[in-house]
Design a protein around this ligand. Structure first.
Ligand SMILES: Cc1ncc(COP(=O)(O)O)c(C=O)c1O
Length: 433
């Protein structure tokens, strides 16, 4: 019998998404050039991940279930070994941490624990974008995960250009009007207001307020991704959109991947909006509705992984901010080192090369005078042993061709210095070619 060979053209088109290809290419390039310095991974530093004592975290969480939640020893042990509720088993800890750290009261009933923030995005978009007329707006450029989720769900996406202060509100307003005139609606906007991936941009306070006002006027839901919020200079960040939200417009998307442990694959959604079922008259929270959808995707988030994250939160006094505080100092130091090294090594770079100066997050965005595509990346890796991420897949439109993203979270200071030196050598060569 001839084994089945499937035609890729007959499978879902998302399998050939440029973002998937770019990740595959970077992984291959790293295997081929193991001595390359990679500015590609937007991952926490390995030393932070190494330091987590998984067993101790689970034990601490189980002890907490007995001591603080009234479970007997057998039930507490089983809570982390058996099937659990689709809402998750650490929602109370996440609710307490957000209430303490972010200054907005969160009730456990509004929290859904997800298999990474990625699942949170998928469920939020699925729940909100119900029909073919529902559009998702995204700040352009955006994290590829939200673009992928929308693509997989067949939800049309419209771009709202990023600006220095955050996003182009006039364009968002225009998009809402155009959609309405065509019998459609922009249902939600995805935005990462604090040191966004990939640009590092922060939404300023005035833009946050204006965005909330616009959301109320245009009947929009705001999907606020807070993945990198912990990395900002303490006290310098404007309040989160959720903290400023008076009309219940904001759904929060969070992850533990950046602040502590990507391998746990634990994220969360805060969705306190009320959902009324006209058939039964029952009222639940949007988080509850999304939990129902979750039973059709991953059923529940690994209880073992949740126990590890719960234990980590407890170890840090139940505070997300405390969990990330020392790490954030390292990330800000790395960012400063990278910016300093770029200043020194690229001081003669000329008009075609420029980069932004974020004060938090994991990333620096650089513009170069040539197309930053896979071919250029291959050449850079082969001849200069340095890797970066092309920005084009983060954009919806045909922009971003001349941009690349440099992540510094995973590297140590000498690698940052040497990587910047290699990159500068490459860019000098490219410019004069
Ligand atoms: C802005 C942003 N949100 C979410 C995620 C993904 O989170 P998770 O790993 O929990 O799915 C990332 C990962 O890079 C990200 O940059």
């Amino acid at each position: 019998m001839t084994p089945l060979v499937l035609d890729a053209g007959g499978l879902h088109p998302a399998i050939t998404d440029p973002a998937v290809e770019s990740v595959g290419f970077l992984n291959e390039a790293l295997a081929r050039y193991p001595d390359a310095i990679s500015f590609a991974p937007g991952a926490p530093h390995a030393s932070f991940v190494d330091a987590v004592d998984l067993d101790a975290c689970v034990r601490r969480f189980v002890a907490h279930l007995e001591r603080d939640r009234g479970l007997d020893a057998v039930r507490a042990r089983r809570r982390v070994r058996e099937y659990g509720p689709s809402r998750g088993i650490i929602g109370h800890l996440v609710a307490e941490a957000l209430t303490r750290d972010h200054g907005f009261p969160v009730d456990e009933s509004a929290v859904l624990i997800t298999a990474g923030c990625q699942e949170g995005m998928l469920l939020a978009v699925r729940a909100l974008c119900a029909g073919p007329g529902d559009l998702l707006a995204v700040v352009d450029p955006s994290f590829v995960g939200i673009l992928g989720a929308a693509r997989l769900l067949g939800v049309p996406v419209v771009p709202v250009p990023e600006t220095a202060g955050g996003l182009d509100l006039d364009e968002l307003r225009r998009l809402c009007r155009t959609a309405r005139d065509a019998g459609r609606r922009v249902r939600a906007l995805y935005v990462a207001p604090d040191h966004a991936n990939p640009s590092g941009t922060v939404l300023d306070h005035a833009t946050r307020l204006a965005l909330l006002e616009l959301a109320a006027r245009e009947d929009l839901v705001l999907l606020e991704d807070i993945a990198y919020g912990f990395t900002g200079v303490p006290g310098a960040a404007p309040p989160s959109l959720k903290a400023l939200d008076r009309d219940g417009r904001v759904v929060v998307l969070g992850t533990f991947a950046k602040v502590c442990l990507p391998g746990a694959r634990v994220g969360f959604v805060v969705a306190d909006q009320r959902v009324r079922d006209a058939r039964t008259g029952r009222v639940t929270s949007l988080a509850g509705t999304m939990a129902a959808l979750k039973t059709m995707v991953t059923v529940s988030t690994s209880a073992i992984a949740q126990a590890v994250i719960g234990g980590l939160l407890l170890q840090h006094g139940g505070s997300l901010a405390e969990l990330g505080r020392l790490k954030a100092e390292v990330y800000r130091r790395n960012l400063a080192l990278l910016l300093g090294a770029l200043d020194r090594h690229l001081d003669d770079a000329g008009p075609g090369v420029s980069w932004n100066r974020p004060t938090g997050g994991f990333f620096v965005r650089m513009r170069i005078p040539v197309r930053a595509d896979m071919g250029l990346l291959e050449r850079c890796a082969r001849e200069h042993r340095v890797l970066w991420t092309p920005m084009a897949p983060f954009y919806l439109g045909a922009t971003g061709d001349n941009e690349l993203r440099l992540a510094c979270s995973y590297l140590d200071p000498p690698e940052i210095e040497e990587g910047a030196r290699r990159l500068a050598g490459f860019l000098r060569e490219v410019r004069t070619a």
